[in-house]
Design a binder for this molecule. Sequence first.
Ligand SMILES: Nc1ncnc2c1ncn2[C@@H]1O[C@H](COP(=O)(O)OP(=O)(O)OP(=O)(O)O)[C@@H](O)[C@H]1O
Length: 327
Amino acid sequence: MNIIEVNGLTKKFKDILAVDEVVFSVLKGEIFGFLGPNGAGKTTTINMLCTLLKPTSGTATLNGYDIIKEKNRVRDSIGLVFQDPSLDEQLTARENLEFHALIYDVPLKVARERIKEVVHMVSLADRINDKVETFSGGMKRRLEIARGLLHHPKVLFLDEPTLGLDPQTRNHIWEYILDLRRKKDITIFLTTHYMDEAENCDRIAIIDRGRIIALDTPDNLKKSVGGDVITLDTADNEKAQKIIESRFGRQVAIQNGALRFEIEDSDRFIPQLFSKLDMEVISINARRPTLDDVFLNLAGRAIREESADALGIARAVVRARRMRGRS
Ligand SMILES: Nc1ncnc2c1ncn2[C@@H]1O[C@H](COP(=O)(O)OP(=O)(O)OP(=O)(O)O)[C@@H](O)[C@H]1O
């Protein structure tokens, strides 16, 4: 069963086409990822699905509700964790959660039970009465995930849930996300530009310049690359490129000054290659394809890792205000 159905969703900001007629659906209970570089249109798509932005055209339903005509029903069906923290630092973790329960009309008695449950889930039970300003970045993100779960949403949106966190904390957050999926009847929709994180998703939509350029399981996407990825650096790369293209019929790209191409059986290929190259080989590397290779093949460039900018923070403030207004 599809919990989200998106049809031709488009968003234009003046002359910027941020999201361009995207079509996709998300299955109930899956971890669905949006992978793409900064500015690809991931957050804009999420904002439309969360009813925080009105689409320029197209339609979408979430939990069976129309994102334009049934905004409040959609909002009651979702939990949100955005890139930039939106907790009140001066309040304790408990107060932040109680405030959220109040906004979502969860009766205080019920809220108290659920708060116990969610803080336990993200291992913050012993810090519940501490002010959020004393929390580390990872603890704040965990608290935000707990908050996003408080009203028992059908879909939890996580926009770059681990952005700016150290690798160990990122791993922890992922343990919570995977655990959540096991324990709760919930669908998780997340955006990321970290390749390794995208690997945890059941399915990934790769988005570039507002368009979905591929959608499949991580394994199938990697299989589409067509073999192992070879990176080769020699004393004469121009000549080596010509030899590989003419003798082995491979398409060779130049990336960071080295040659890059794909080959099905690298173990057998490398000795053959060495017998044909009559120049010094400085380095050679053969590896299984990653999602970065998938993106590189489809978009012609790598996904760069950049941090959130001032615009992102400004957008988060606008979003938080809108959600509180529940307009
Ligand atoms: N409120 C806005 N006004 C004008 N342009 C916007 C606005 N929000 C987003 N954009 C533009 O729309 C495009 C898509 O941005 P979006 O934030 O959706 O990308 P993203 O994939 O989520 O990237 P990031 O990870 O940096 O948030 C970008 O070109 C961005 O500059």
